[in-house]
Design a protein. Sequence first.
Length: 150
Amino acid sequence: MNTGDKMPDLLGLDAEGREVRISDYPGKKIALYFYPKDSTPGCTAQACSLRDNYQALLDAGYQVIGCSIDSPAAHRRFAEKNALPFPLISDADHHLVELAGVWGEKTMAGRKYFGTLRTTFILAPDGTIEQVILPKQIKTKIHAEQILAL
């Protein structure tokens, strides 16, 4: 998906099985961030940056929502261990990552595989994509500051 496209209102289910909708946050911009895997160093750094700056993000009019293909149980453990105050969507069926275009080929240690490409979409309150922060642009340790600088 690109700037100007619209995300569906229903994004998916959180770690507790509750629906997460854009319309649940009227008047808020949504920072919808896709990340590869719970409890890995880069993903933990990114989530903790967003956690540590969560109040500043709220004050700036943002709601943060994370999404990965991990299970609800993995999300619960990750959120509890790191005291994450925002919802994490479990996209185990790959519906949202494929719709958003963030499921793609990656390479690690010379091995090619498919996975989630770390990407953040800034959504207007109606779900329209206003900005996309691409994988090569994201700095996990200061990701909240990147969003606040937009």
